[in-house]
Design a protein around this ligand. Structure first.
Ligand code: ZN
Length: 320
């Protein structure tokens, strides 16, 4: 529960019943980055929800949706507190990089809980773990497909083995109400770091491919508002969507073993059976380098949509 003291993140501090916004400097060793933070400290006591968007800098639906919700919340009508990091990897946002922080080429969402004396991205993960996630009652990480990825909307939670934490994460993910619910593990991610601290945590994913159409932003924002209602912060939230969330407990990522030109043979949202050829990687002259086959029955959750493909890169993920 939030106490009635001001809530402070770096130089930003919000007394009960107030909002504070500003840039928070984080020293990454090689550079100091400025993270845009919003604290909405409610007039009444309640839970503390922390949320990040832009862990991957070109995931615009999630960044746009979090700005929309966090900037509109009225502290006079909030119980508890929201701490929102609007763009968690600002150098990746500015450079429009896919997957990685341009300072060191590391994927921030593989570095949690981080290292205060490590590479810049590891230091950023450590700061987010200690200054934002720790001390929260609920943690949310808003993502979408990256610049080169299409996806179907889903939430993800961990399977920590702590029944109370896992049940609360599931309730909150169901409140978010996206098309699918995937259940861990995902080592090195924000939500794993939060869950390992005993904090219920939800990953939300809507949209992708460097676009941020209004309907995708609205879907992500509505889900996050429903989660805030389920966490007790607000009373009003959009209605549940018309579809029922389907739980997909197992997941497989397929990766390229060759570099070349990626011609997918399936679409995001398709159901495939084990053994289905999901596409082919060709060389520059049209010769087939590989025809990868689905390792399991499942739904194509995300699909890389760039023609360019590198050995080791993801092609798609299945869940079923
Ligand atoms: Zn992401």
């Amino acid at each position: 529960m939030s106490d009635r003291q001001p809530i402070t993140i770096g130089p930003i501090s919000a007394a009960p019943g107030s909002r504070a916004t500003g840039l928070v400097p984080v020293d990454l060793g090689e550079a100091v980055v400025q993270l845009p933070v919003v604290i909405v400290h409610g007039s009444l006591p309640g839970a503390r929800v922390s949320v990040t968007a832009g862990i991957h800098g070109a995931e615009y639906v999630s960044i746009a949706a979090l700005r929309e919700v966090a900037l509109a919340l009225d502290p006079a009508r909030v119980r508890g507190c929201l701490v929102a990091v609007l763009t968690a990897s600002p150098l990746a946002f500015a450079a429009r990089t896919i997957y990685v922080n341009p300072l060191d080429g590391l994927n921030l969402n593989r570095q949690f809980p981080g290292d205060s004396s490590g590479a810049p991205t590891q230091r950023l993960a450590h700061w987010l773990t200690t200054a934002v996630i720790t001390g929260s009652d609920v943690f949310v990480d808003m993502h979408c497909g990256d610049m080169n990825e299409a996806l179907v909307s889903f939430t993800g939670i961990e399977d920590t083995g702590d029944a109370a934490v896992d049940a609360r994460s599931r309730e909150l993910a169901e409140a978010y109400g996206l098309r699918y619910l995937l259940i861990g593990p995902s080592p090195g991610t924000t939500t794993t770091a939060a869950a390992s601290l005993g904090i219920p945590a939800v990953l939300g994913e809507v949209g992708g491919q460097g676009r941020w159409p209004a309907e995708d932003v609205a879907l992500h924002a509505a889900g996050f508002r429903r989660l805030l209602r389920a966490a007790g912060l607000i009373d009003e939230a959009p209605d549940e969507p018309s579809f029922t969330t389907e739980v997909l407990p197992t997941e497989a990522w397929m990766r390229a073993t060759t570099s070349g030109y990626w011609h997918p043979g399936v679409s995001v949202g398709d159901r495939v059976t084990a053994g289905t050829v999901v596409g082919e990687v060709q060389d520059a002259f049209g010769a087939v380098l590989e025809r990868p086959q689905a390792p399991m029955d499942g739904v194509v959750i995300f699909l890389v949509s760039s023609l360019a493909m590198n050995a080791g890169d993801p092609l798609l993920a299945l869940a079923g």
